[in-house]
Ligand binder design. Structure first.
Ligand SMILES: NC(=O)c1ccc[n+]([C@@H]2O[C@H](COP(=O)([O-])OP(=O)(O)OC[C@H]3O[C@@H](n4cnc5c(N)ncnc54)[C@H](OP(=O)(O)O)[C@@H]3O)[C@@H](O)[C@H]2O)c1
Length: 175
């Protein structure tokens, strides 16, 4: 869903660490890159927090602290975001977190529930839906990546909605 963001960051000369588990999917993404040497896989299941912690250390030891994090984390692994925030905050002065939220999340409640470190600029990117020809549908992966890239470029906004968020009766499946 966010491979377009990883590819865009690599094209813009970021060193991009990509957390995932499936090497075949990762290889397919790296093959699409114009700048493959900038994409560094981190193969770990982020729900295993000790393993995640260990996996995030090599880039920091190589003097590449993370200054921008794009996080799309399933709710069964909420602790992963805390692990990332703790490690990144400890090893950097200021950093930016773009936190992707599904359509049904309450963005204010999510923000209130997080202990955002003082040196973190926290941004939320919420996924909505698209109304087309009087029908609604979920966002495509390309739309999600494009909307996330726009949020990163427009760094002053703390909240970005991609697509529409309502009304509820127009959610996909409801019309
Ligand atoms: N409007 C909306 O709310 C909206 C819109 C679109 C999609 N969605 C939701 O998004 C989900 C699909 O998103 P997606 O296709 O991007 O798939 P995903 O299952 O969320 O995976 C996203 C990325 O995270 C990695 N990943 C997932 N679980 C991981 C774990 N435990 N540890 C490490 N990496 C992990 C995946 O790679 P690996 O498989 O290699 O680990 C993949 O690269 C669906 O649940 C869909 O309902 C919601």
């Amino acid at each position: 869903m966010l491979s377009g963001v990883s590819l865009w960051l690599a094209e813009n000369n970021y060193y991009v660490s990509v957390v995932a588990r499936d090497p075949h999917k990762m290889e397919r993404m790296i093959k699409r890159s114009a700048n493959p040497s900038k994409l560094m896989p981190i193969f770990v299941d982020y729900s295993h927090e000790d393993e995640l912690r260990r996996a995030l250390l090599p880039p920091i030891r190589q003097k590449r602290p993370f200054d921008l994090v794009v996080a799309w984390i399933h709710s069964y692994a909420n602790g992963a975001l805390y692990t990332v925030a703790e490690i990144v905050s400890k090893n950097n002065n200021r950093w930016k977190l773009y936190h992707l939220l599904g359509s049904n999340r309450d963005a204010d409640a999510v923000k209130a529930s997080l202990a955002i470190p003082d040196n973190c600029d926290y941004h939320q990117v919420q996924l909505g839906f698209v109304i087309e020809n009087n029908r609604s549908r979920w966002l495509t992966n390309d739309e999600i990546s494009a909307g996330t890239i726009a949020a990163i470029r427009n760094r002053n906004d703390n909240y970005t909605l991609i697509g529409e968020s309502g009304p509820w009766h127009r959610w996909p499946g409801n019309i």
